[in-house]
Design a protein around this ligand. Structure first.
Ligand code: ARG
Ligand code: ZN
Length: 866
């Protein structure tokens, strides 16, 4: 192949910048067909580094002028660099470039979405706006002036505070903003558009008044109040939990419909995917409301963990992301339901991060190298990163963790730092030795911990022997793994004094519990105290006991998941061998008991406990996956439970009706979740009456949670004719075709359907007016969600793979980041049988062979094939 191999960047090669840029003055002239950007940079040599030429980063810039201290300068330009030699030690560099945001389909840098202009600069989008040292350790004070047509772009925003504005000739106007805080270029943002705004304010603990504003496309103001409330709650929470106050006079959120990711924490001017701002009970589900709370909080929390203290280089991404996810998780747990929040975190980790960590893209939370940094905004960096922070808190305790945070800001406020700096602050505050713990930052892979229990009746002692291994790690050295445990008697009581956090530091290590009267049932890894796979040879009776009586809700849930996994995996093997699986009555009885105790245990918990482990998670436990058998087994168990517990499901379905006005609070949401779970089980039965029940719910619901749950249950039905299914899908689209985010739900409910004709449906939908091949949300809802539909994407004939390859090649130049995310669908292709592998390999090779393949996709595909 005659293609230049894109360079690999290594953490070990980090060197400090040769130049600092103290101030940046930017002038944007926004015109149809082009935007002109004039940048004045106050440059100063970094005295700590040997003298070097100035080499600025750029991408897709048309250079119109370069001058130094007011004089035209000589320079050497390549498409991606601008080099100036023989500069004085301090000088002002002025560049003028032309960019074309209307043609920027990558949604990185300055781009157009509908009738406005927006920016996304993390990680390396600023270089698509102007020549710059586009790296997070170069921090500058910015002033920005925007000029645009007043009628078309009445709102002109940039980071910081508005300092002046006025009118210009030809119906144009301008606005000037100044951000008093030094910041790296990735936190830069501007917006120009016609937008509605919801305003409010927040008074901080020390009494400063922060002006809050949420900007949205015209007509959507009634979908903003929830996000505004979430912002105010986040601000309060961060003061109370971490003593962190907002440092800004203006905090703005702008929602945009075309956005590659979830949201972006630009200093004082967050830009959000509409998905994480807009909500109203009739268009957003309980889960949407909760996600908005978490993402609004996440971006706000970045103002300290990310902005005030930022990353030295992009290898340190988890410094800000892992920590900030941990913070938004804690906020969500305090705001909603701590028990189910933890369960969902772990469910998510197992569905996405564990497979990633076992596949070709596995990397430590701090990668050692990358080709394209955008490929490393992963669930490993984010979610496993958050687990690593959580382990620090578990090891040193909440108070020491808080002291460590204080110490971190005392030491590093205003700096660009490394993960070591963070851990060193935690060590200083706690006295804990984190030397061994650093392995979590440097090694990929999910450790496996095998636990063996031995009871000695003469000694009245119980010994737990833990053995760890991690085949993905580069050596056999042990990790430090905190394992929370408690012991239960066979008579279902927690043994007093048995709750401990074991610190597994050796490859194999024993822990002795004394004064234990009878052989106990150990509850291991309570609250999921470490991101590991823990094995213990439980009997079904022991798991049933833990499911019923464990006081740690996470481990009660976990016991149920273990029981269900064993049954489903066993049944899948039976089905693959042509036999009919048998289901034990004990499991049905345990589920019945859960349904009967929903009042005491909470509807939200019971809903989680009765949700069987997902196919993707189950597949990780298999050497070679037979997706059809796995699918049949899991749904077979669902149907079995529906048959056995039809009365209970129907009874609870009726009993759990929420009678008060809709509110997205955790109490109501829990009841809706359990009620809708009952409905989804009931629809496993071939019953027209139950389908009519679902359809009635669909028609009568006054909120999207219930309406969509009914639609999703109906969408799975695979009868030759199911009028309720067809009518619900048609009505849903007809009613919501003007609400982009609801249309995404309509696409996704079809792309994730169990039905065998799903691929054909997805293909047809790519031609439907509802689909937009340039909009990330639409692509994620229809194409990427199909890639996560295990049984349909991994169809035996390779049709799913061929389709995905085709979509990736259609998209890669238009939007490399989104195309690369689609390519991740292939991650686990080697876990399937030889025929499927042959089809997947052919699809991957076809992508790799494509002339001009973007490096984002190339990195993913090469790792998959490699
Ligand atoms: N920092 C943003 C967040 O935490 C994510 C931005 C990712 N952008 C990207 N191009 N990869 O929410
Ligand atoms: Zn983040």
């Amino acid at each position: 192949m005659n293609r230049e191999t894109p360079p690999t960047i290594y953490l070990k090669d980090y060197t400090p910048p040769a130049w600092w840029i103290d101030t940046v003055d930017l002038d944007f002239v926004v015109e149809t067909g082009a935007t002109t950007v004039t940048a004045r940079l106050a440059l100063r040599r970094n005295p700590a580094v040997a003298a070097q030429p100035l080499v600025l980063d750029g991408e897709d810039l048309e250079t119109l002028g370069v001058s130094v201290d007011g004089q035209p300068a000589t320079f050497v330009a390549t498409p991606t660099s601008l080099t100036l030699t023989d500069l004085p030690d301090a000088c002002t560099l002025t560049t003028v470039v032309r960019i074309d945001p209307d043609k920027n389909t990558r949604l990185s840098g300055l781009y157009r979405s509908k009738d406005g202009y927006f920016t996304q600069c993390e990680a390396q989008g600023f270089r698509r706006i102007t020549w710059f040292l586009d790296r997070p350790d170069v921090m500058s004070v910015y002033t920005v002036t925007l000029h645009a047509d007043k009628e078309a772009f009445p709102v002109l925003l940039a980071n910081g505070n508005p300092v002046a504005a006025g009118d210009e000739a030809d119906g144009r106007h301008w606005a000037k903003w100044a951000d008093p805080f030094r910041k790296p270029a990735y936190l830069f943002a501007v917006v120009a558009g016609k937008l509605d705004v919801l305003r409010d304010s927040f008074r901080t603990a020390s009494g400063r008044e922060v002006q809050l504003a949420i900007y949205v496309e015209p007509g959507k103001l009634d979908q903003c109040p929830h996000a505004m409330a979430a912002l105010q709650k986040s601000m309060k929470w961060d003061e109370e939990r971490f003593g962190l106050e907002c440092d800004l006079d203006h905090y703005m959120i702008v929602a945009v419909g075309d956005f590659n990711m979830g949201a972006m924490e630009n200093k004082g001017l967050n830009i959000f995917n509409t998905k994480y701002v807009l909500a109203r009970p009739d268009v957003a589900t309980d889960v949407d409301f909760e996600n908005i709370d978490r993402v609004v909080a996440h971006e706000y929390f970045h103002n300290w963990t990310g902005n005030r203290v930022t990353c030295r280089d992009w290898f340190q991404l988890s410094l800000k992301e892992g920590l900030t996810v941990f913070r938004d998780q804690e906020f969500g747990a305090d705001l909603h339901n701590r028990q189910t929040a933890r369960i969902r975190e772990v469910r998510g980790l197992r569905a996405a991060q564990f497979p990633e960590d076992a596949g070709p893209m596995a990397h430590p939370i701090r990668p050692a190298s990358f080709v394209e940094i955008n490929n490393f905004y992963t669930s490993t960096v984010y979610e496993k990163g958050a687990e690593v922070i959580r382990m620090i808190q578990t090891l040193i305790g909440r108070d020491a963790f808080r002291a460590g945070m204080d110490e971190y800001f005392r030491r590093h406020d205003g700096q660009a730092v490394t993960c070591e700096d963070f851990v060193a602050a935690m060590a200083a505050a706690s006295g804990f030795d984190f030397t061994q713990f650093m392995r979590w930052y440097n090694q990929p892979g999910t450790p496996k911990v095998v636990v063996d229990g031995h009871y000695d009746p003469l000694e009245r002692s119980y010994t737990l022997t833990c053995t760890q291994s991690n085949p993905r790690a580069s050596d056999d050295a042990p990790a430090l793994i905190p394992i929370r445990v408690a012991l239960f008697t066979e008579a279902d009581e927690l043994i007093a004094g048995s709750e401990r956090t074991l610190q597994l530091t050796a490859n194999s290590q024993s822990f002795v519990f004394n004064d234990i009267g009878d052989e106990p049932v150990p509850s291991l890894l309570r609250d999921f105290s470490a991101p590991v796979n823990l094995e213990f040879d439980y009997t079904p009776e022991q798991l049933t006991l833990l499911l019923a009586f464990e006081t740690d809700p996470f481990n009660a849930w976990e016991a149920g998941q273990r029981l269900a996994s064993t049954l489903i995996l066993g049944a899948a093997a039976e089905i693959a061998a042509g036999r009919t699986p048998q289901w034990p009555d004990s499991f049905t009885a345990a589920c019945r008991r859960l349904l009967q105790t929903q009042r005491e245990r909470g509807a939200a918990f019971v809903a989680e406990a009765l949700t069987l482990p997902g196919e993707t998670t189950l597949a990780e436990q298999l050497e070679i996956v037979d997706p059809d058998a796995l699918h049949a087994a899991r749904n077979g168990l669902r149907r079995h439970l529906a048959e056995q517990l039809e009365g209970e499901f129907s009874g609870l379905y009726a009993a759990l009706t929420v009678k008060e006005a809709y509110a997205p609070d955790s109490e109501q949401a829990g009841r809706r979740a359990l009620r809708n779970l009952c409905l989804s089980y009931l629809l496993e039965l071939d019953s027209d009456a139950l389908r009519r029940l679902a359809y009635a719910q669909f028609r009568e619901a006054d909120n999207m949670t219930d309406q969509f749950a009914a639609l999703a249950a109906l969408a799975n039905i695979n009868a030759a004719v199911c009028v309720q299914r067809e009518e619900a899908l048609a009505e849903f689209y007809d009613r919501w075709k003007d609400e982009a985010l609801v249309v995404d739900k309509w696409l996704q409910v079809q792309s994730t359907s169990r039905r065998p004709d799903t691929l054909a449906t997805v293909k047809a939908l790519t031609q439907h007016p509802a689909f937009d091949a340039g909009n990330p949300n639409k692509i994620y809802a229809l194409i990427r969600a199909f890639g996560a539909n295990l049984v349909r994407f991994h169809a035996a004939d390779g049709s799913g793979y061929a389709f995905m390859a085709e979509r990736i090649l259609l998209l890669h130049e238009r939007n490399p980041q989104v195309a690369s995310r689609l390519a991740r669908s292939f991650d686990r292709w080697k876990k399937f049988d030889a025929d499927r592998q042959a089809h997947a390999r052919a699809a991957l090779e076809k992508i790799r062979a494509h002339p001009g393949l973007v490096r984002d996709v190339l990195e993913v595909v090469e790792r998959a094939l490699g």
